[in-house]
Design a protein around this ligand. Structure first.
Ligand code: PHE
Length: 348
Protein backbone atom coordinates (compact mmCIF):
# COMPACT_ATOMS: atom_id res chain seq x y z
CA UNK A 1 0.00 0.00 0.00
CA UNK A 2 2.21 2.78 -1.15
CA UNK A 3 2.53 5.54 -3.69
CA UNK A 4 5.04 3.33 -5.48
CA UNK A 5 2.51 0.55 -5.73
CA UNK A 6 0.00 3.04 -7.12
CA UNK A 7 2.51 4.27 -9.68
CA UNK A 8 3.20 0.70 -10.77
CA UNK A 9 -0.53 -0.02 -10.95
CA UNK A 10 -1.06 3.00 -13.17
CA UNK A 11 1.90 2.20 -15.40
CA UNK A 12 0.65 -1.37 -15.91
CA UNK A 13 -2.88 -0.28 -16.54
CA UNK A 14 -1.73 2.25 -19.12
CA UNK A 15 0.57 -0.26 -20.81
CA UNK A 16 -2.30 -2.74 -21.03
CA UNK A 17 -4.60 -0.06 -22.39
CA UNK A 18 -2.15 0.72 -25.18
CA UNK A 19 -2.22 -2.96 -26.14
CA UNK A 20 -6.02 -2.94 -26.43
CA UNK A 21 -7.04 -2.90 -30.09
CA UNK A 22 -10.76 -3.63 -30.18
CA UNK A 23 -13.89 -2.95 -28.17
CA UNK A 24 -14.05 -6.46 -26.70
CA UNK A 25 -10.59 -6.30 -25.22
CA UNK A 26 -11.32 -2.76 -24.01
CA UNK A 27 -14.27 -4.13 -22.01
CA UNK A 28 -11.93 -6.76 -20.68
CA UNK A 29 -9.44 -4.04 -19.65
CA UNK A 30 -12.19 -2.00 -17.97
CA UNK A 31 -13.12 -5.01 -15.88
CA UNK A 32 -9.50 -5.67 -14.93
CA UNK A 33 -9.08 -2.13 -13.62
CA UNK A 34 -12.48 -0.82 -12.51
CA UNK A 35 -14.35 -4.12 -12.02
CA UNK A 36 -15.21 -5.53 -8.55
CA UNK A 37 -11.93 -7.37 -8.54
CA UNK A 38 -10.09 -4.81 -10.65
CA UNK A 39 -6.66 -3.56 -9.66
CA UNK A 40 -7.78 -0.02 -8.85
CA UNK A 41 -10.90 -1.18 -6.96
CA UNK A 42 -8.76 -3.46 -4.80
CA UNK A 43 -6.28 -0.66 -4.20
CA UNK A 44 -9.01 1.77 -3.10
CA UNK A 45 -10.56 -0.84 -0.91
CA UNK A 46 -7.23 -1.48 0.79
CA UNK A 47 -6.84 2.20 1.70
CA UNK A 48 -8.74 1.63 4.96
CA UNK A 49 -5.84 -0.51 6.18
CA UNK A 50 -3.23 2.19 5.51
CA UNK A 51 -1.72 4.17 8.41
CA UNK A 52 -3.97 7.15 9.24
CA UNK A 53 -1.34 9.77 8.43
CA UNK A 54 -0.71 8.39 4.94
CA UNK A 55 -4.34 7.84 4.08
CA UNK A 56 -5.30 11.36 2.82
CA UNK A 57 -2.32 11.61 0.47
CA UNK A 58 -2.81 8.05 -0.79
CA UNK A 59 -6.53 8.64 -1.24
CA UNK A 60 -5.95 11.84 -3.24
CA UNK A 61 -3.33 10.16 -5.39
CA UNK A 62 -5.55 7.13 -5.99
CA UNK A 63 -8.42 9.41 -7.06
CA UNK A 64 -6.16 11.24 -9.48
CA UNK A 65 -5.10 7.90 -10.97
CA UNK A 66 -8.77 6.86 -11.21
CA UNK A 67 -9.70 10.07 -13.00
CA UNK A 68 -6.74 9.86 -15.32
CA UNK A 69 -7.43 6.21 -16.22
CA UNK A 70 -11.13 6.99 -16.74
CA UNK A 71 -10.28 9.76 -19.20
CA UNK A 72 -7.78 7.52 -21.02
CA UNK A 73 -10.38 4.74 -21.12
CA UNK A 74 -13.04 7.04 -22.62
CA UNK A 75 -10.60 8.42 -25.18
CA UNK A 76 -9.60 4.93 -26.23
CA UNK A 77 -13.23 3.84 -26.39
CA UNK A 78 -14.21 6.72 -28.68
CA UNK A 79 -11.28 5.98 -30.98
CA UNK A 80 -12.06 2.25 -31.16
CA UNK A 81 -15.76 2.91 -31.79
CA UNK A 82 -14.85 5.17 -34.67
CA UNK A 83 -12.65 2.46 -36.19
CA UNK A 84 -15.42 -0.14 -35.76
CA UNK A 85 -17.97 2.14 -37.42
CA UNK A 86 -15.66 2.90 -40.31
CA UNK A 87 -15.03 -0.75 -41.03
CA UNK A 88 -18.74 -1.57 -40.79
CA UNK A 89 -19.53 1.19 -43.27
CA UNK A 90 -16.98 -0.20 -45.67
CA UNK A 91 -18.31 -3.73 -45.37
CA UNK A 92 -21.95 -2.74 -45.76
CA UNK A 93 -21.35 -0.27 -48.54
CA UNK A 94 -23.47 -0.69 -51.71
CA UNK A 95 -21.31 -0.93 -54.80
CA UNK A 96 -22.95 1.51 -57.14
CA UNK A 97 -20.71 0.41 -60.01
CA UNK A 98 -22.14 -3.15 -60.14
CA UNK A 99 -24.21 -3.70 -63.27
CA UNK A 100 -27.96 -3.85 -62.66
CA UNK A 101 -30.08 -6.95 -63.10
CA UNK A 102 -31.55 -6.98 -66.58
CA UNK A 103 -35.34 -7.24 -66.56
CA UNK A 104 -36.81 -10.17 -68.48
CA UNK A 105 -38.20 -8.87 -71.75
CA UNK A 106 -40.46 -10.99 -73.89
CA UNK A 107 -39.88 -11.06 -77.62
CA UNK A 108 -41.93 -12.13 -80.62
CA UNK A 109 -41.92 -15.76 -81.64
CA UNK A 110 -39.87 -16.25 -84.85
CA UNK A 111 -43.10 -16.99 -86.71
CA UNK A 112 -44.61 -13.68 -85.61
CA UNK A 113 -41.37 -11.90 -86.53
CA UNK A 114 -41.43 -13.47 -89.98
CA UNK A 115 -45.10 -12.68 -90.54
CA UNK A 116 -44.42 -9.05 -89.68
CA UNK A 117 -41.44 -8.96 -92.00
CA UNK A 118 -43.41 -10.51 -94.88
CA UNK A 119 -46.21 -8.10 -94.20
CA UNK A 120 -43.76 -5.20 -94.48
CA UNK A 121 -42.28 -6.51 -97.71
CA UNK A 122 -45.70 -6.96 -99.28
CA UNK A 123 -46.97 -3.65 -98.04
CA UNK A 124 -44.19 -2.00 -100.05
CA UNK A 125 -45.51 -3.91 -103.05
CA UNK A 126 -49.00 -2.55 -102.44
CA UNK A 127 -50.52 -5.50 -100.55
CA UNK A 128 -52.73 -5.09 -97.52
CA UNK A 129 -52.49 -7.64 -94.67
CA UNK A 130 -55.78 -9.20 -93.60
CA UNK A 131 -56.69 -12.10 -91.31
CA UNK A 132 -59.31 -14.82 -91.56
CA UNK A 133 -60.93 -17.51 -89.41
CA UNK A 134 -59.06 -20.72 -88.60
CA UNK A 135 -62.29 -22.67 -88.35
CA UNK A 136 -63.82 -22.65 -91.81
CA UNK A 137 -66.74 -24.02 -93.69
CA UNK A 138 -66.25 -26.50 -96.51
CA UNK A 139 -67.70 -23.82 -98.80
CA UNK A 140 -64.76 -21.45 -98.34
CA UNK A 141 -62.07 -24.04 -97.69
CA UNK A 142 -63.08 -26.05 -100.79
CA UNK A 143 -66.20 -25.24 -102.81
CA UNK A 144 -65.45 -21.65 -103.74
CA UNK A 145 -61.90 -22.74 -104.54
CA UNK A 146 -63.20 -24.96 -107.33
CA UNK A 147 -62.91 -28.14 -105.25
CA UNK A 148 -66.40 -29.70 -105.22
CA UNK A 149 -67.19 -32.26 -102.53
CA UNK A 150 -67.05 -35.24 -104.85
CA UNK A 151 -63.74 -34.17 -106.33
CA UNK A 152 -60.74 -36.35 -105.48
CA UNK A 153 -58.59 -33.24 -105.10
CA UNK A 154 -60.37 -32.63 -101.83
CA UNK A 155 -58.47 -35.55 -100.33
CA UNK A 156 -55.16 -33.85 -101.07
CA UNK A 157 -55.76 -31.56 -98.13
CA UNK A 158 -55.74 -33.99 -95.25
CA UNK A 159 -58.53 -32.25 -93.49
CA UNK A 160 -59.33 -32.13 -89.80
CA UNK A 161 -63.09 -32.05 -89.67
CA UNK A 162 -64.58 -30.30 -86.67
CA UNK A 163 -68.24 -31.07 -87.28
CA UNK A 164 -70.67 -31.93 -90.07
CA UNK A 165 -74.09 -30.45 -89.15
CA UNK A 166 -75.40 -29.57 -92.63
CA UNK A 167 -72.14 -28.98 -94.36
CA UNK A 168 -68.59 -29.54 -93.24
CA UNK A 169 -66.90 -27.39 -90.62
CA UNK A 170 -63.16 -27.85 -90.81
CA UNK A 171 -59.92 -26.45 -89.50
CA UNK A 172 -58.74 -24.54 -92.54
CA UNK A 173 -56.21 -26.60 -94.45
CA UNK A 174 -54.74 -23.52 -96.11
CA UNK A 175 -55.14 -19.74 -96.10
CA UNK A 176 -56.75 -19.86 -99.57
CA UNK A 177 -60.34 -19.63 -98.23
CA UNK A 178 -59.59 -15.97 -97.61
CA UNK A 179 -59.31 -15.47 -101.38
CA UNK A 180 -63.06 -15.92 -101.72
CA UNK A 181 -63.88 -14.08 -98.48
CA UNK A 182 -61.91 -11.01 -99.56
CA UNK A 183 -63.24 -11.01 -103.13
CA UNK A 184 -66.84 -11.40 -101.93
CA UNK A 185 -66.49 -8.21 -99.96
CA UNK A 186 -64.46 -6.01 -102.29
CA UNK A 187 -64.27 -5.07 -105.92
CA UNK A 188 -61.03 -5.15 -107.92
CA UNK A 189 -58.33 -4.04 -107.68
CA UNK A 190 -57.54 -6.53 -104.89
CA UNK A 191 -54.10 -6.89 -103.35
CA UNK A 192 -53.97 -8.74 -100.05
CA UNK A 193 -51.74 -11.07 -98.11
CA UNK A 194 -53.21 -13.33 -95.43
CA UNK A 195 -50.88 -14.76 -92.82
CA UNK A 196 -52.18 -17.35 -90.40
CA UNK A 197 -52.28 -20.79 -88.90
CA UNK A 198 -53.43 -23.77 -90.94
CA UNK A 199 -54.05 -27.42 -90.07
CA UNK A 200 -53.60 -30.78 -91.69
CA UNK A 201 -54.10 -34.31 -90.48
CA UNK A 202 -50.53 -35.28 -91.12
CA UNK A 203 -47.72 -37.46 -89.85
CA UNK A 204 -45.11 -35.26 -88.20
CA UNK A 205 -41.50 -35.33 -89.32
CA UNK A 206 -38.62 -32.89 -89.70
CA UNK A 207 -40.49 -30.93 -92.36
CA UNK A 208 -44.17 -31.63 -91.59
CA UNK A 209 -46.36 -30.41 -88.76
CA UNK A 210 -50.10 -30.86 -88.22
CA UNK A 211 -50.35 -27.13 -87.48
CA UNK A 212 -48.27 -24.67 -89.44
CA UNK A 213 -48.44 -21.21 -90.92
CA UNK A 214 -49.03 -19.94 -94.41
CA UNK A 215 -49.10 -16.61 -96.08
CA UNK A 216 -51.63 -16.31 -98.86
CA UNK A 217 -51.26 -13.68 -101.54
CA UNK A 218 -53.94 -12.52 -103.93
CA UNK A 219 -53.91 -9.84 -106.62
CA UNK A 220 -56.86 -9.31 -108.93
CA UNK A 221 -57.13 -6.52 -111.44
CA UNK A 222 -57.34 -5.91 -115.13
CA UNK A 223 -54.33 -7.14 -117.12
CA UNK A 224 -52.68 -9.13 -114.34
CA UNK A 225 -50.43 -11.79 -115.82
CA UNK A 226 -48.11 -14.59 -114.81
CA UNK A 227 -45.25 -12.12 -115.12
CA UNK A 228 -46.65 -10.13 -112.21
CA UNK A 229 -46.76 -13.30 -110.15
CA UNK A 230 -43.16 -14.13 -110.98
CA UNK A 231 -41.98 -10.61 -110.33
CA UNK A 232 -43.77 -10.45 -106.99
CA UNK A 233 -42.43 -13.76 -105.72
CA UNK A 234 -38.91 -13.01 -106.91
CA UNK A 235 -38.96 -9.69 -105.19
CA UNK A 236 -40.11 -11.36 -101.99
CA UNK A 237 -37.31 -13.96 -102.21
CA UNK A 238 -34.80 -11.24 -102.97
CA UNK A 239 -35.84 -9.25 -99.90
CA UNK A 240 -35.86 -12.30 -97.65
CA UNK A 241 -32.86 -14.30 -98.77
CA UNK A 242 -30.70 -11.91 -100.74
CA UNK A 243 -29.94 -11.72 -104.43
CA UNK A 244 -27.93 -14.95 -104.78
CA UNK A 245 -30.54 -17.55 -103.80
CA UNK A 246 -31.90 -19.50 -106.72
CA UNK A 247 -35.64 -19.78 -107.32
CA UNK A 248 -37.37 -22.54 -109.17
CA UNK A 249 -40.88 -22.66 -110.67
CA UNK A 250 -42.42 -25.96 -111.70
CA UNK A 251 -45.82 -26.83 -113.11
CA UNK A 252 -48.21 -28.00 -110.44
CA UNK A 253 -51.91 -28.56 -110.05
CA UNK A 254 -54.25 -26.73 -107.70
CA UNK A 255 -57.95 -26.64 -108.68
CA UNK A 256 -58.19 -22.91 -107.97
CA UNK A 257 -55.39 -21.76 -110.28
CA UNK A 258 -54.70 -22.22 -113.97
CA UNK A 259 -51.91 -22.48 -114.80
CA UNK A 260 -50.47 -23.57 -111.45
CA UNK A 261 -46.90 -23.77 -110.23
CA UNK A 262 -45.00 -24.68 -107.18
CA UNK A 263 -42.06 -22.50 -106.28
CA UNK A 264 -38.89 -23.46 -104.46
CA UNK A 265 -35.62 -21.91 -103.38
CA UNK A 266 -32.35 -23.76 -103.16
CA UNK A 267 -31.72 -25.29 -99.74
CA UNK A 268 -29.51 -23.05 -97.62
CA UNK A 269 -28.63 -25.84 -95.23
CA UNK A 270 -26.87 -28.00 -97.82
CA UNK A 271 -26.54 -25.37 -100.56
CA UNK A 272 -28.45 -27.59 -102.94
CA UNK A 273 -26.46 -30.76 -102.49
CA UNK A 274 -29.21 -32.60 -100.60
CA UNK A 275 -29.94 -33.12 -96.89
CA UNK A 276 -32.64 -34.32 -94.52
CA UNK A 277 -34.55 -31.04 -94.52
CA UNK A 278 -34.81 -30.79 -98.32
CA UNK A 279 -35.27 -34.56 -98.52
CA UNK A 280 -32.08 -34.87 -100.58
CA UNK A 281 -33.52 -32.78 -103.43
CA UNK A 282 -31.46 -29.64 -102.86
CA UNK A 283 -34.66 -27.59 -103.08
CA UNK A 284 -37.13 -26.53 -100.48
CA UNK A 285 -40.67 -25.99 -101.66
CA UNK A 286 -41.93 -22.66 -100.49
CA UNK A 287 -45.50 -23.11 -101.68
CA UNK A 288 -47.93 -23.12 -104.53
CA UNK A 289 -49.06 -20.37 -106.85
CA UNK A 290 -50.78 -19.66 -110.12
CA UNK A 291 -53.31 -17.57 -112.01
CA UNK A 292 -56.68 -17.43 -110.27
CA UNK A 293 -59.01 -19.92 -111.98
CA UNK A 294 -61.89 -18.26 -113.88
CA UNK A 295 -64.38 -20.43 -111.93
CA UNK A 296 -63.11 -18.92 -108.68
CA UNK A 297 -63.56 -15.40 -110.04
CA UNK A 298 -67.06 -16.24 -111.31
CA UNK A 299 -67.88 -17.91 -107.98
CA UNK A 300 -67.52 -14.63 -106.13
CA UNK A 301 -69.31 -12.66 -108.85
CA UNK A 302 -66.30 -11.23 -110.66
CA UNK A 303 -66.31 -10.95 -114.43
CA UNK A 304 -63.60 -13.38 -115.46
CA UNK A 305 -63.49 -11.84 -118.95
CA UNK A 306 -62.55 -8.50 -117.48
CA UNK A 307 -60.41 -9.46 -114.52
CA UNK A 308 -57.50 -11.76 -113.99
CA UNK A 309 -55.39 -12.40 -110.94
CA UNK A 310 -52.64 -14.41 -109.35
CA UNK A 311 -52.57 -16.21 -106.03
CA UNK A 312 -49.86 -17.87 -104.02
CA UNK A 313 -49.53 -19.62 -100.69
CA UNK A 314 -46.23 -19.99 -98.94
CA UNK A 315 -45.15 -21.89 -95.86
CA UNK A 316 -43.85 -19.56 -93.18
CA UNK A 317 -41.96 -22.17 -91.15
CA UNK A 318 -40.08 -23.16 -94.27
CA UNK A 319 -38.80 -19.64 -94.69
CA UNK A 320 -37.38 -19.63 -91.18
CA UNK A 321 -35.91 -23.10 -91.66
CA UNK A 322 -34.12 -21.90 -94.78
CA UNK A 323 -32.95 -18.71 -93.28
CA UNK A 324 -31.59 -19.88 -89.96
CA UNK A 325 -30.76 -23.50 -90.73
CA UNK A 326 -33.36 -24.94 -88.36
CA UNK A 327 -33.23 -28.67 -88.97
CA UNK A 328 -36.60 -29.66 -87.52
CA UNK A 329 -39.95 -27.93 -88.06
CA UNK A 330 -41.26 -29.42 -84.79
CA UNK A 331 -39.06 -26.98 -82.84
CA UNK A 332 -41.46 -24.11 -83.59
CA UNK A 333 -44.41 -25.54 -81.69
CA UNK A 334 -42.22 -26.86 -78.88
CA UNK A 335 -42.03 -23.50 -77.12
CA UNK A 336 -38.61 -24.46 -75.82
CA UNK A 337 -37.00 -21.19 -74.76
CA UNK A 338 -33.53 -22.48 -75.58
CA UNK A 339 -34.67 -22.67 -79.18
CA UNK A 340 -36.78 -19.51 -79.24
CA UNK A 341 -34.19 -17.28 -77.55
CA UNK A 342 -31.97 -17.63 -80.61
CA UNK A 343 -34.46 -15.47 -82.48
CA UNK A 344 -34.51 -12.71 -79.88
CA UNK A 345 -33.61 -9.34 -81.31
CA UNK A 346 -32.84 -8.05 -77.80
CA UNK A 347 -30.98 -9.85 -75.02
CA UNK A 348 -33.21 -12.12 -72.95
N1 PHE B 1 -53.43 -23.31 -100.85
C1 PHE B 1 -52.42 -24.10 -101.47
C2 PHE B 1 -51.88 -25.09 -100.50
O1 PHE B 1 -51.94 -24.88 -99.33
C3 PHE B 1 -51.29 -23.25 -101.99
C4 PHE B 1 -51.70 -22.32 -103.09
C5 PHE B 1 -52.17 -21.07 -102.80
C6 PHE B 1 -51.63 -22.72 -104.39
C7 PHE B 1 -52.56 -20.22 -103.80
C8 PHE B 1 -51.99 -21.88 -105.42
C9 PHE B 1 -52.45 -20.63 -105.11
O2 PHE B 1 -51.41 -26.15 -100.88
Amino acid sequence: MSLDALTTLRAEAEANLRAVDDLDSLTEWERSVFGPKGSLTLFLRSLGAAPAEERPALGRAANEVKNALTVEFETRKTALERVALASRLTEDAVDMTLPGRAPVVGVDHPISQTIRELSDIFSLLGFQTVFGPEVETGRYNFDLLNIPSDHPARDVWDTMIVDTPNSEIVLRTHTSPMQARVMEQTQPPVRVVVPGRTYRFEQQDASHEWAFHQLEGLAVDQHITMTDLKGTLREMARQLFGADRRIRFRCDFFPFVEPGVDFSIDCMICNGSGCRVCKQTGWLEMGGAGMVHPSVLEGVGYDSEKYTGFAFGLGIERIIIQRYGVNDIRAFAGNDLRFLKQFATVNV
